[in-house]
Ligand binder design. Structure first.
Ligand code: HAM
Length: 421
């Protein structure tokens, strides 16, 4: 029986890796420009980190983690997201002691055992940023504008930014109470998950994907009416800064996002053509998370973005880069001895920076010319018996079929001249 890739995973094939690498390059570019340093954390962590960080009544922790035991029976989990790990690393390595705020970014695979569908995988890749150590709403604005500008650079300009504030430990208890009181009379009609979460974590109900729960929560009181003065002022300042730097957003008072660590600002960037999994990225502030994970009280904010969904958008809109990977030269040896000479010539030229292809199957000249043509190279170098005897190579220009004999010694110079390097 053929073995297939596990459910919810995929192979990135050569025709997609060009675009993938283009996005990767843009990621490193933009984060460098905005002053972020890269961190790489392990792909698995002790399970408690996510239970404590993300919250044990969230979908991720309740249903979606890949959790297993090590040989010492300690529970480990493949990271479902990057924020908790970055915060753990920030505390573990005292990154706060190094003076100013920490601006960190990361990129890599995440794992969630969700039902796979278009744009939703069990192993997927995120890039994201976390800023630790500042309460200033300008940091919220920097994170949101960085995300939006990143998509703009790639040509995705028609985005929806949904924005909300979900308050803080001061004002959220009041809102929770209001929500519980509003929803309690309808509790029997809620899905079993929401019924269970209603008293413990009622904000989660606003994030339930179940259609009937969505309807039942349509007329809930809005969180924006209960924000304390500090949260209200923070949100107002953030909106003002975003207005000043041409970031359009929609206020969405129902946006709560699926993590318990958020405080104040939450946001999502949506692309209309993604169908139901339409969030390209999401993030928010988490002023209590560092403390929750055992560090000194430190405010934080960040976002993470899905690579696969971005790939889908770029492919659907044909926003793919024209990447030059045509060989500069295709070398065609005819005969055993010629193959050895050509082989070492290829290595030499490649070490000098030329993209060189050759035949590794001992095929006929006709077959080799066909491959050369397919590769898109403008030049083929043929080494037959006569050429070998005279230390020469027959250069053929593919567009005109013009041919000329040059000495092998002069090949690098010929290429430099041809490509004007
Ligand atoms: P998230 O909204 O769960 O947030 O994920 C961020 C992005 O990752 C989503 O908008 C989506 O593009 C992508 N994504 C999530 N799950 C999947 C999946 N199963 N398949 C494909 N793509 C997916 C976070 O992860 C937070 N850690 C963001 C954050 C950083 N908040 C503060 N700092």
């Amino acid at each position: 029986m053929k073995i297939q890739a596990p459910k919810g995973t995929y192979d990135l094939l050569p025709n997609q890796t060009i675009l993938w690498r283009h996005i990767e390059a843009q990621i490193h570019q933009i984060f460098t420009e905005y002053g972020y340093d890269e961190v790489r954390t392990p792909m698995f962590e002790y399970t408690d980190l996510f239970q404590r960080g993300i919250g044990d009544t969230t979908d991720i922790v309740e249903k979606e983690m890949f959790t297993f035991s090590d040989r010492g029976e300690r529970s480990l989990t493949l990271r479902p997201e990057g924020t908790a790990s970055v915060v753990r690393a920030f505390i573990e390595h005292n990154l706060a002691n190094q003076g100013s705020i920490a601006k960190l970014y990361y990129y890599g695979p995440m794992f969630r055992c969700e039902a796979p569908q278009a744009g939703r995988f069990r192993q997927f890749n995120q890039f994201g940023a976390e800023v630790l150590g500042s309460k200033d709403p300008r940091v919220d604005a920097e994170i949101i504008s960085l995300a939006v500008n990143f998509y703009r650079r790639l040509g995705v300009t028609d985005l929806d930014v949904n924005l909300n504030s979900i308050g803080c430990t001061e004002c959220r208890p009041l809102y929770r109470q209001k929500l519980i009181e509003h929803l309690r009379p309808k509790s029997e009609k809620l899905c079993p998950n929401c019924q269970r979460r209603l008293e413990r974590n009622p904000l989660r109900l606003l994030d339930c994907k179940n259609e009937s729960c969505r309807r039942l929560t349509e007329d809930v009181p809005l969180i924006t009416t209960t924000l304390c003065p500090d949260c209200g002022e923070h949100f107002e300042k953030l909106c003002k800064i975003l207005d000043s730097c041409d970031i359009k957003y929609k206020l969405n008072p129902r946006l709560v996002r699926g993590f318990d660590y958020y405080t104040k600002t939450v946001f999502e960037v949506l692309a209309g053509d993604l169908g139901s999994q339409n969030a390209l990225c999401g993030g928010g502030r988490y002023d209590g998370l560092v403390e929750e994970c055992g560090g000194k009280p430190t405010p934080g904010i960040g976002f993470a973005a899905g690579m696969e969904r971005l790939m889908m958008v770029l492919e659907a809109r044909s926003l793919t880069p024209a990447v030059e990977k045509r060989p500069h030269l295709y070398l065609a040896p005819l005969g055993d001895e010629q193959q050895v000479i050509v082989f070492s010539l290829c290595i030499k030229l490649r070490e000098a920076g030329w993209i060189v292809e050759t035949d590794l199957q001992g095929r006929s000249l006709k077959a080799q010319l066909k491959s050369a043509d397919k590769s898109g190279t403008p030049l083929v170098g043929i080494v037959g018996e006569d050429e070998l005897r005279n230390n020469q190579i027959l250069i053929r220009k593919m567009n005109t079929s013009e041919q000329e004999l040059i000495s092998i010694e002069n090949l690098a110079g010929y290429l430099e001249h041809f490509y004007e390097k």
